[in-house]
Design a protein around this ligand. Structure first.
Ligand code: ADP
Ligand code: MG
Length: 261
C-alpha cells in the first residue's frame, strides 16, 4: 500500500519581484512526498531550496501551481500545526534556558503547564539532551545548540519536520554524529522530514529520496529514490551502492549547471 501523501506539489512556480526585475525562484516543481519519507533537497545556492520549504510552511505564496500539505493548503496546515521548522542557525534566545526556549512556541500555542513540561522532556530525550533543561544556550556546544533547536521543532509533535541546512555551520565530526542521531530519531518517530543540504554525502546518507535542484530558474533536475536500507551505520558511506547514488547526485548537479559553462 502506498503511504499517504504529506506534500504534493504540482507545476509550482514562484517568482519574486525585485528592483532588478523578476527572479524565478521555483519553476514547474512537481513533487510528491509520502508519509515517513526522508527527503533531501540539494543544489547550489539560489536554486530555491529555502523558498520551497517556505512555501510548505506558508511563509511564501506561490505564483502559480498547486501545493497541498496533508491534503490541506499551507495556511490550513500551519494553523493545524502540521510541521516544525529548524533553521540553519540555532536561533535560540540567549536569555532563556534551553527548556524555556523549547517552551516558547508551546506557550504561544496555549499548551497547559503540565503538557508543556511533558513535551519538553520528551523532545529533549529524543535529541539526547535530557538534563540540560536549565542550561543557557551559551553553555552548550554548537552541535548541542542545534539539537536544542531540533527539540524545539519536535516539541509540538508535528508529523512533518522542515530542516533548512541545520548542520551547515558545524564541523564534519559533529555533523557525522548529528546525522546518525537524526536517522535514529527519524526511525523512532516515523516523521516525514524535508531536509536542505549542500553536502552530497549528507544527502545520500540520510535520505530515502534525494531531490536535485538547479538555479535560474530554480527547478528539479533529478529525483533519486535511495536503494540503501533504512538502517545505516556511518561506514555505509564507503559501500559501492552509496558511492553510486552519490555519483548520480553529482551528475544531476553538473547537468543543472551545464548551460552556464
Ligand atoms: P537556496 O535556499 O537554494 O539558496 P533561495 O530559495 O533562498 O535559494 O533563493 C532562490 C532565489 O530567489 C535566489 O536567486 C534568491 O536570491 C531569490 N530570493 C530568495 N528570497 C527572495 C526574496 N524575499 N526576494 C527576492 N528574491 C529572493
Ligand atoms: Mg537556502
Amino acid at each position: 500500500m502506498q503511504a499517504p501523501s504529506v506534500v504534493s506539489a504540482k507545476d509550482l512556480c514562484l517568482t519574486y519581484q525585485t528592483n532588478d526585475g523578476p527572479v524565478h525562484a521555483l519553476s514547474d516543481v512537481t513533487l510528491d512526498i509520502c508519509k515517513g519519507e526522508f527527503v533531501s533537497f540539494i543544489g547550489p545556492s539560489g536554486c530555491g531550496k529555502t523558498t520551497f520549504l517556505r512555501v510548505i510552511a506558508d511563509l511564501e505564496r506561490t505564483t502559480s501551481g498547486d501545493i497541498a500539505i496533508n491534503g490541506m493548503s499551507p495556511e490550513e496546515a500551519r494553523k493545524a500545526r502540521a510541521f516544525g521548522y529548524v533553521f540553519q542557525a540555532p536561533a535560540l534566545y540567549p536569555w532563556r534556558t534551553i527548556e524555556k526556549n523549547i517552551a516558547l512556541p508551546l506557550e504561544i500555542m496555549g499548551y497547559s503547564r503540565p503538557d508543556q513540561k511533558k513535551r519538553i522532556a520528551d523532545a529533549l530525550d529524543l535529541v539526547e539532551l535530557s538534563g540540560f533543561n536549565k542550561k543557557f544556550p551559551w553553555q552548550l556546544s554548537g552541535g548541542m545548540q542545534q539539537r536544542a533547536s531540533i527539540a524545539r521543532a519536535l516539541a509540538f509533535d508535528a508529523d512533518l519536520l522542515l530542516m533548512d541546512e541545520p548542520f551547515g555551520a558545524l564541523d564534519e565530526i559533529v555533523r557525522d554524529h548529528l546525522n546518525a542521531a537524526l536517522l535514529k530519531l527519524w526511525a523512532r518517530t516515523n516523521k516525514t522530514i524535508c531536509f536542505v543540504t549542500h553536502s552530497i554525502p549528507e544527502a545520500v546518507y540520510l535520505s530515502t529520496k534525494i531531490v536535485v535542484m538547479s538555479p535560474r530558474p530554480g527547478r528539479v533536475t533529478d529525483v533519486i529514490d535511495s536503494t540503501l536500507p533504512n538502517e545505516r551505520p556511518l561506514d555505509i558511506r564507503e559501500t559501492p551502492e552509496f558511492l553510486e547514488i552519490a555519483h548520480r547526485v553529482r551528475e544531476g548537479l553538473r547537468a543543472g549547471h551545464s548551460y552556464e559553462q
